[in-house]
Design a protein around this ligand. Structure first.
Ligand code: ATP
Length: 246
């Protein structure tokens, strides 16, 4: 059963001579509970696809369907119950003067939950932090701990889909694997569907079942991870990307 379906998605910025066609006629679908990777060099349009799904860009065309329902130009509140995003930089994505309790409590409140105390504690537990982190502020947390808070915030509405934009690339190499393992565990425990952007093919090979290779705003190839592992990519650009990552 398809959880996320992207058809003919195009995204552009600006107009006239300044127009940038960041994504051109992208197509892919992700089954419920699957993890799909988007790889490609810097500027190829990977993050823009996630931002378009999330409703963070204004100029797009095509169809984005979540659980067989096409989303409108303006996302409804119910959309954000189903789809959440984790950003690359946990230093930029948390408000410096909001405690972990405020970040999670307010998100839960906005999504209509009323058993907030119990849920804050459960979320902290789910991301491996525990209740002792509840009243800390971002400056009292390491990068990895901040990203765990950002993941807890994304999990708060009990979404079906997590969009992960290079979730470990701003972190120390030593803790990247911890966060990736946490994401793997959360996917199976919560039955989540992932779309994950990474410039690191080994990360995608570890985290995803299939992936799309992007170049200059276009998806040039979609393959399963077995194909990636066996270095059997078809498209010349995918081959080049693979060769560069070995
Ligand atoms: N807000 C914006 N205004 C104008 N152009 C933009 C904007 N956001 C992205 N772009 C352009 O769209 C193209 C795709 O960018 P995007 O960030 O999606 O690439 P990416 O593959 O995610 O790269 P990176 O790995 O560096 O994040 C680039 O040419 C970029 O300069």
């Amino acid at each position: 059963m398809t959880m996320l379906n992207i058809e003919n998605l195009s995204v552009w910025f600006g107009g006239g001579r300044d127009r940038v066609d960041a994504v051109r006629r992208a197509n892919f679908h992700v089954a419920r509970g699957a993890s799909f990777g988007l790889v490609g060099e810097s500027g190829s349009g990977k993050s823009t696809i996630l931002r378009a799904i999330m409703g963070l860009v204004s100029n797009w065309s095509g169809t984005i369907s979540v659980d067989a329902t096409p989303v409108g130009k303006k996302r409804e509140k119910t959309f954000y119950k189903a789809v959440q995003m984790v950003f690359q930089d946990p230093y930029a994505s948390l408000h410096p003067r909001h405690s972990v309790d405020q970040v999670l409590g307010e998100t839960l409140y906005l999504h209509g939950f009323r058993d907030i105390d119990a849920r804050v504690v459960k979320l902290l537990d789910d991301v491996g932090l525990g209740a002792k982190f509840r009243f800390r502020y971002p400056h009292q947390l390491s990068g990895g701990q901040r990203q765990r808070v950002a993941i807890a915030r994304a999990l708060a509405p009990e979404p079906s889909i997590l969009l992960l934009d290079e979730p470990t690339s701003a972190l120390d190499v030593s803790i990247q694997a911890e966060i990736l393992n946490l994401l793997t565990d959360l996917r199976s425990e919560h039955g989540l569907t992932y779309v994950m952007v990474s410039h690191d093919l080994s990360v995608v090979g570890h985290m995803c079942e299939s992936l799309a290779v992007m170049k200059d705003g276009e998806i040039v190839e979609i393959m399963d991870v077995e194909t990636l592992r066996n270095a059997k990519a078809q498209h010349a650009y995918s081959k080049k990307l693979l060769a560069a990552s070995i």
